[in-house]
Structures are given as structure tokens and as C-alpha cells.
Design a protein around this ligand. Structure first.
Ligand SMILES: Nc1ncnc2c1ncn2[C@@H]1O[C@H](COP(=O)(O)OP(=O)(O)OP(=O)(O)O)[C@@H](O)[C@H]1O
Length: 469
């Protein structure tokens, strides 16, 4: 029930139900959504709310019939302010386009209020965790995460210990279409290779001595969800080879199993080792690196985003006071300036521990005497520039175009594959792709797909993923 057309040089896709539109929005970004409820479709508050979350209320127009419509109150509750009359007229759509051109924020910014215009962004995550961003660098990471959440490609998160790689992986999962499915994480450095293999892939009963009962691995537990491979830089060479295999063909077997399972898992890898030197020293496979690093996020250390320290302290104090059923501790301006000057080699983890100490010792200056000594003696100074300085982060615009390209490449690859499989019988390919015949014709033209008799390889940058994308 999808129709593709163009209006004033813009691609327009029409769906019959909000649920269909929602799944399309999950897979591709749209500049605006116009919802025509004149045919009185059943109310679908959940899909509407999700569309608002994904596209942003400023980019949604609702075309309402005259009279009372339950959609009007739903739209109002969700903050949708733009309404149009029905039947829809081209002049009104032209006004929508003019409005969009004047919008300062790009389509991928889901909230009406752009994250960058707020001094601090705080978002709750499962298990009492949260993500706070209050520096331009972290705001950019936040924007990039929301873009990356739209695709299913692997992501590599780099950064020193305690900078928040795990938190960022959680955030990415939360914003992705996999959010309703599990998020699992494995610390690849914590287990010897054999154990790591059974941890990742699981085993059948009797696979090895002691394997009394069969056990699913993390790939299985994270089915349809996200798997974080933490400390991937520490993974042994044999395990790297096995992992590469799974990432290449999306298939694995439990240890001792005769059957093969398919992994429907988004893989996020994180490491604090310098991956370039690990590759140069032959400690990390280059082919595995290319497979996991299509998108890389470099998280800056806390000393390079000191402006975040007061916000982080305030939030940590607030949350810890609540957990301890105490009043939030007062931190004197002198203490705050010491805390802002310190180098924080342990990053946010160390900051969190310092805040616990301050809370327990009721804000006495002695609670940070070790930190003060280091600041005064400038101990633990870590160089913030030089040859080990992190690579500059990718700007939101760059990341947006990378994501767009990636999505287009993925889509055109899948369509080409379906066409090849259907021997270019377009109706059959449309059925297999579950899109309408007209949409397929449009996509063939859009991606300039051509019939070819030669076997083609569709390698993407980074090796291309056989995992679902
Ligand atoms: N952006 C953030 N907002 C709020 N809290 C954060 C943020 N980043 C990290 N933290 C907190 O700092 C601590 C360390 O974070 P995390 O475990 O994600 O770091 P990491 O980079 O994965 O560390 P490691 O390399 O040691 O595994 C955690 O308590 C986490 O909740």
C-alpha cells in the first residue's frame, strides 16, 4: 500500500497506515510527514507518538476534516502544531515546503528543539543509567548516534577507559528499531579465548567436559537486539578469526552443534586500545577492523570537555543523594574549580567515585584532598595533544551524508539482489521485497539499476555486512 511520486522535485512516498509509514521512517529519513486523516482511519496514538519522536513535531502536518476529530486532540497532546485542510491542495503542500526550507534544523534532528541549542541534554537509560551531554563534542556524538540508530551497520566506539563507551552503546540501542529487543554485552578481555567462544556462541550439552546442559550464547540472547563487544582490542587472534566469520556471513554454530544458526544482531564494538598501533603490531586483524569500523565514534576524554564537569557533578550529586536518601551535597566554588582543573585520567568513572566520596563526607574539602594535591602538583598530567591526540570527530553533516549513502547503498544492493534472484521479473522482485511494483520501478530508476549477466560483487566500504542492514 505504498505509492511513490514526486512533488516539486521532492520524493514523496504515500502509505495507507501509520504503522507502514513508521517502519519506513525507521529505515530512511524524511524531511516532513503529512498525515491526512480525512478518510477517518482508526486512531493510532502509539504510531503517531513514535513518528513525532523520530521526525520531530515541527516536521509533521496533520490534515484534518472539519468538525471534531479525535486525531486533533492526539496531535495537540503530542505538540503537533501544523494543521492543513482537506482535501489537500498543492498550494498548501507548497507552503509546507517553504516552511521546511526555513527550518534551521536538519531532518534527522528528531525533537523540535535542536539538541545543540540546549546547554545540556540528559537522557535516561535502562538500569538507572543515563547519558549526559553538555559540550559541543558530546552533542555531536549524540546527533551522530541518532543518525546511526537508523541503520543496522556495526559501529566501533573508541575512547579511554571510563569515557562512556558503554553508555553510548546503550544509547544507540535505545534509539534503534531494535530497542524492544535485548541489549547484551560481553567483555572480550575478561575471558580466556575458549570461554569467550562459548560465551559468544553458546554450546550444546556434552560439547566439552562440564557442559552438562546446553547454553545459548550472547549472539543468541541478543537476537533481534544489539550485542556490545567490549574491549574488542584485547580479543585473541583465533577469536578474531571466528568473529570475522560470523560478521561476514551472519552464521554461527553453538559449540558441539550440528546445526547452523543465523545472527540477527547489530554489533557494536568498543575498545580503549590504540587500534591503529594494534593493527601495525599485528595484534588486531585489519580485515576485522574494516568489518567493524564502517562507523567509528571517538569519545573524547573528560579533560577535553571540561565544560561538562559542573553539569555532570550536579547530575551525579542529585542522583546519588536520592539513592542515599540524603540532601544533595553542597560543593563550594573552590572545590568546583579544583574538580574542573583536574586531568581525570579515569574519566567519568573517576568523577563518579569522587562525587560519591563528596556525598559521603558531606562536601568536606578533605574529600577531594588527593585530587587537590594532584592539581597543585600537576601530577597525572596527560598530554591532550600530540601524536596520540584523537582523530577529529566526524561532523553531524558528514555523518548524515555517510549514513544516507550507506542506506542508499544497502537499499540498492538489496533491490539489485532481489531483481537478480527474480531474473529481473520486476513484479516477482517487488513481491519478494514487499514493496509495490510502482515503488520498485521508481527505485530502479532512482538507483539506476541495470540488468547484468555477469556475477557482481556488492562490496561496500568496510567490506559490507551480511548481517541484516
Ligand atoms: N555521557 C555520560 N553521561 C552520564 N554518565 C556517564 C556518561 N558517560 C559515562 N558515564 C558514567 O561513567 C561511568 C563509566 O562509563 P562507561 O562504563 O560507559 O565507560 P567505558 O568507556 O565503557 O569504560 P571502559 O572502557 O572501562 O569499559 C559509568 O558509571 C557511566 O554511567
Amino acid at each position: 500500500a505504498v505509492t511513490a511520486m514526486t512533488f516539486e522535485g521532492h520524493d514523496v512516498v504515500a502509505f495507507e497506515a501509520l504503522t507502514e509509514a513508521l517502519s519506513a521512517i525507521h529505515n530512511r529519513s524524511f524531511d516532513a510527514v503529512v498525515i491526512d486523516v480525512s478518510a477517518r482511519p482508526p486512531r493510532d496514538q502509539r504510531s503517531l507518538a513514535n513518528i513525532v519522536r523520530l521526525v520531530g513535531k515541527d516536521r509533521i502536518w496533520i490534515a484534518l476534516p472539519l468538525g471534531v476529530s479525535p486525531w486533533a486532540s492526539d496531535a495537540e497532546q503530542l505538540g503537533i502544531q501544523h494543521t492543513l485542510g482537506v482535501p489537500l491542495r498543492p498550494t498548501e503542500l507548497e507552503e509546507v515546503l517553504t516552511y521546511l526550507q526555513e527550518l534551521p534544523v536538519s531532518p534527522s534532528s528528531y525533537d523540535a528543539e535542536p539538541a545543540q541549542s540546549r546547554p545540556v541534554h540528559i537522557e535516561d537509560l535502562p538500569n538507572n543509567r543515563y547519558f549526559l551531554a553538555a559540550s559541543p563534542a558530546m552533542m555531536r556524538i549524540y546527533e551522530n548516534i541518532r543518525l546511526l540508530a537508523q541503520v543496522d551497520a556495526p559501529v566501533l566506539i573508541l575512547g579511554e577507559s571510563g569515557v562512556g563507551k558503554d553508555v553510548i552503546a546503550n544509547l544507540l540501542h535505545k534509539h534503534s528499531r531494535r530497542a524492544a529487543h535485548p541489549f547484551c554485552s560481553v567483555n572480550c578481555a575478561a575471558l580466556p579465548p575458549d570461554l569467550l567462544e562459548s560465551e559468544l556462541f553458546g554450546y550444546e550439552a556434552g560439547a566439552f567436559t562440564g557442559a552438562v546442559k546446553a547454553k545459548p550464547g550472547r549472539f543468541e540472547q541478543a537476537d533481534k537486539g544489539t550485542l556490545l563487544l567490549d574491549e574488542i582490542g584485547e580479543m585473541s587472534a583465533p577469536m578474531q578469526a571466528k568473529l570475522l566469520h560470523v560478521l561476514q556471513d551472519g552464521r554461527y554454530s553453538r559449540l558441539g552443534a550440528r546445526t547452523v544458526s543465523t545472527a540477527d544482531v547489530r554489533v557494536i564494538a568498543a575498545t580503549n586500545v590504540n587500534i591503529d598501533s594494534a593493527i601495525a603490531d599485528k595484534l588486531f586483524r585489519e580485515d576485522l577492523y574494516y568489518r567493524i569500523s564502517t562507523f567509528t565514534i571517538q569519545v573524547p576524554p573528560l579533560r577535553e570537555r571540561r565544560e561538562e564537569i559542573p553539569y555532570l557533578i550536579e547530575e551525579m550529586v542529585k542522583r546519588q543523594a536520592m539513592a542515599f536518601h540524603q540532601d544533595p551535597v553542597y560543593i563550594s566554588p573552590r572545590m568546583m574549580s579544583i574538580l574542573q582543573e583536574y586531568e581525570w585520567p579515569g574519566n567519568l568513572r573517576e568523577l563518579g567515585n569522587a562525587v560519591i566520596r563528596m556525598q559521603v563526607l558531606k562536601g568536606q574539602e578533605s574529600s577531594i584532598s588527593d585530587i587537590e594535591a594532584k592539581v597543585l602538583g600537576k601530577v597525572a598530567k596527560v598530554p591532550s595533544c600530540g601524536k596520540d591526540a584523537p582523530e577529529p570527530e566526524v561532523s553531524v553533516n558528514e555523518m548524515r551524508s555517510i549514513v544516507r549513502n550507506f542506506k542508499d547503498q544497502t537499499e540498492s544492493r538489496l533491490i539489485q539482489q532481489a531483481l537478480e534472484e527474480a531474473r529481473w521479473n520486476r513484479r516477482q522482485a517487488a513481491l519478494a521485497l514487499r514493496i509495490s511494483y510502482r515503488t520498485l520501478l521508481y527505485k530502479i530508476e532512482h538507483y539506476r539499476l541495470k540488468e547484468t549477466r555477469l556475477p557482481i560483487r556488492y562490496d561496500m566500504q568496510g567490506g559490507g555486512s551480511s548481517l541484516p542492514v
